[in-house]
Design a protein around this ligand. Structure first.
Ligand SMILES: *[C@@H]1O[C@H](CO)[C@@H](O)[C@H](O)[C@H]1NC(C)=O
Length: 458
């Protein structure tokens, strides 16, 4: 079971989350036909757009704001003179479900790091964020524009936090489309980035709504897999909605490769097993009304039934919105913004203009000023008025437009624009602007000493 410290907030989450969590409808029978164009969970594979951001700085992952270290360029061996590594082994395959498992990865990765002079244990743990959408254009009229905005939001967060972003739009395994597509690309990302300690999968329909919050990586020491969940729903009721598989952090190690192999074995790349798993999952998990095994129900089953093994290495995050359900978030965003402004009016230091590169120092100072003043956990939660790290638009299907009928078009469209604009305002600030209003695409210049001057002038 989860540690005691994690159990208490769970209860709160479970009571709120169980009533409103919208994941079920996303994949209910009515929407099953849309499985292929589920952009949200789709992670293509082949052609990848690799956006290298934050090359200049690796920031203190704890978000204390003190350390800003320049990444020292390492002399990289060229094609002729590099020592041989796992890349030179013809037996090593990038593909998941290709028959041959990759073994000895921890040693192979360590050897690669040593050969590049990157073996120091004291270095900050590097994170590669992976996201993606479907290979084809979005069928919905506004879908591709929304996808661009969701991608832009991730690009912003990554630039501010010294994280590399890999955005992928191909299905690396032909049978693993839709929500299964994330597994092959996350696996391939581990091989392509032996330098990264963590791969952070973030669904395309998830918005970073707190540009200040840094992943508390120190807390995840000794764990290999971090996922947001509602422990009561997960452990007690064995609900397939007890965890959300749309955002997870996975350590680049052998355990993770084995874990993903096992997870992938429940998917469509193994048609016979997949069909059998569909029945098992429906029979075992509560409120699962479909015979089709989806990645999330497979994950819930895998962890529930192997808690002694993969479970031990799993951390069910409940303390902050590692991913928050949008219906619990969007109506509070204006109130959140007002409370942050009120704190800044009293804190001249926070109002100083600064280079974007200094963002994390100011983020740390802002968090310190907010603590105890604005209720709620840093990174946001179901109660309080702190910015949520991630607002996840489950069920809104921005690419296809085929949202869950339980949500109105207005609630999804306005909710997404609201969250994206809320995030954009945090970014635009370093450039001297903000939006004219929460749902308005026009911007206006920020007066000197904003928001204090703003209050005086208006
Ligand atoms: C957006 O803000 C601009 C500038 O304040 C204003 O002129 C415009 O009417 C606003 N648009 C909407 C749709 O409210």
């Amino acid at each position: 079971m989860v540690a005691t410290s994690e159990a208490a907030p769970l209860r709160v989450s479970a009571s709120v989350g169980s009533k409103h969590h919208g994941g079920a409808g996303t994949r209910g029978p009515a929407t099953r036909r849309r499985a292929r164009d589920v952009v949200v969970f789709a992670a293509g594979v082949a052609a990848t757009l690799l956006a290298l951001v934050g090359t200049a700085s690796v920031l203190d992952p704890g978000g204390r704001g003190g350390l800003v270290a320049l990444r020292v360029p390492v002399p990289v061996p060229g094609p002729e003179d590099g020592p041989r590594t796992f890349y030179d082994d013809p037996e090593v395959s990038y593909a998941v479900a290709a028959g041959r498992r990759l073994t000895g990865w921890d040693a192979k990765r360590a050897e690669w790091l040593r050969s590049r002079g990157l073996g120091r244990r004291s270095a900050p743990e590097r994170v590669v964020m992976v996201s993606g959408s479907q290979p084809e254009p979005c069928p919905g009229g506004a879908g591709d524009h929304l996808m661009l905005r969701f991608l832009k939001n991730k690009l912003d967060y990554c630039r501010l936090h010294g994280i590399e972003l890999l955005y992928n739009r191909e299905f690396l395994h032909p049978a693993m489309g839709g929500y299964w597509a994330k597994i092959p690309i996350v696996r391939a990302a581990m091989l392509a980035h032996p330098d990264a300690e963590w791969v952070w999968w973030v669904d395309s329909d998830a918005v970073f709504t707190d540009m200040d919050f840094s992943l508390p990586l120190a807390k995840y020491g000794g764990r290999n897999f971090v996922v947001y969940g509602w422990p009561d729903k997960f452990f007690v009721r064995k609900s397939w909605l007890g965890l959300n598989a749309g955002v997870f952090l996975i350590r680049n190690c052998q355990w993770s490769l084995d874990f993903m192999d096992e997870w992938a074995r429940m998917g469509p790349a193994y048609p016979e097993d997949h069909a059998r798993w569909g029945e098992v999952l429906r029979a075992t998990l509560s409120d699962k009304d479909s015979d089709v095994a989806c990645d999330q129900s497979a994950l819930v089953y895998l962890l529930l039934n192997n808690w002694e093994r993969p479970g031990k290495k799993t951390f069910v995050e409940t303390e902050y919105f590692f991913q928050g359900y949008w219906k619990e978030v969007v109506d509070r965003l204006d109130g959140v913004a007002a409370r942050y402004e009120a704190v800044e009016r009293r804190s001249p230091g926070l109002r100083r203009r600064h280079a974007e590169q200094e963002h994390l120092r100011y983020a740390g100072a802002r968090n310190a000023a907010l603590r105890g003043v604005v209720p709620g956990p840093a990174g946001g939660g179901e109660v309080g008025w702190r910015r949520p790290l991630i607002t996840h638009f489950v069920g809104c299907q921005p690419c296809s437009g085929g949202r869950n009928p339980m949500y109105s078009r207005e609630s999804c469209d306005d909710g997404m624009r609201h969250a994206l604009g809320f995030a954009d305002d945090q970014v635009l600030r370093a450039y001297g602007f903000r939006h004219a209003a929460p749902l308005n695409d026009s911007v206006r210049g920020l007066p000197f000493d904003y928001p204090a001057a703003h209050a005086r002038n208006d």
